[in-house]
Design a protein around this ligand. Structure first.
Ligand SMILES: C[S@@+](CC[C@H](N)C(=O)[O-])C[C@H]1O[C@@H](n2cnc3c(N)ncnc32)[C@H](O)[C@@H]1O
Length: 216
């Protein structure tokens, strides 16, 4: 999946200086290329072993502008309001059981005029290996507890609009696109890998300065 992080960062046309948050960062698939592109990057993940692995990677790569910390996407303790120009989450925050809290936290930590970008798998997508894998494993798993909200609902436009709407973001500030992920080079060199992680849905939200007073 390493190339997927590079492709996302490439598509964002990062122009330093900027502060970037990678939520549900794993060991830095996207946070590392963000830092390499010149961002002051922070990766947050709920898995402490991945946070440690990310810290090791950053040290080995000599990336002084990349840090990792433990945290929960639904409650970003110790992360100040309006502290990032860009907050992104590639298949990470979608796994929080509290999707409305995730949207609220993403909006809270991004500066007015900043961007939120999410990559989420689309439920039941016939062209997506991961979507099919999730669907198949769910069929063999015991029924989820009452109130369980499937991570795959982050791949549905109506849910995205509702969640960010509750966080104060008007629908006309939300853009969604289906994407197979990866770069052209990836597609040529790793067609099978790419198929395995396609497609994604990307949300790009620019907080509107004019709506600053309406946002939390
Ligand atoms: C499919 S992996 C994606 C990792 C990375 N973003 C990437 O693209 O390689 C999902 C990640 O989300 C993290 N995660 C799951 N629930 C989380 C939560 N509530 N808060 C923060 N991270 C979470 C997992 O620990 C894992 O690292």
């Amino acid at each position: 999946m390493r190339q997927s992080g590079e492709a996302v960062v490439e598509s964002l046309a990062i122009r330093p200086p900027l502060r970037a948050l990678d939520l549900g960062c794993g060991d830095g698939t996207t946070a590392v290329p963000l830092a390499q592109a010149g961002a002051e990057a922070l990766g947050i993940d709920i898995a402490r072993n991945l946070v440690e692995a990310g810290q090791r990677r950053a040290a080995e790569m000599g990336l002084a502008n990349l840090n990792f910390q433990h945290g929960d996407a639904g409650e970003l303790q110790g992360v100040a309001d309006h502290s990032f120009d860009l907050a992104l989450s590639m298949f990470g925050a979608m796994f929080s059981p509290w999707p409305f809290d995730v949207a609220r936290e993403l909006v809270r930590v991004v500066k007015p005029g900043g961007r939120i970008v999410m990559g989420n798998w689309i439920p039941n997508d016939p062209t997506s290996f991961v979507s099919q894998l999730l669907k198949t494993s769910a069929a063999f798993a015991p029924p989820p507890p009452e109130g369980f909200i499937s991570p795959a609902t982050w791949g549905l436009e109506s849910h995205i609009v509702e969640r960010f709407g509750q966080a104060g973001v008007p629908a006309d500030r939300i853009t969604m696109a289906r994407d197979t992920g990866g770069s052209e080079k990836d597609r040529r060199e790793h067609p099978v890998d790419l198929k395995a992680r396609a497609p994604t849905e990307t949300l790009i939200h620019s907080r509107d300065r004019a709506n600053k007073s309406e946002s939390p």
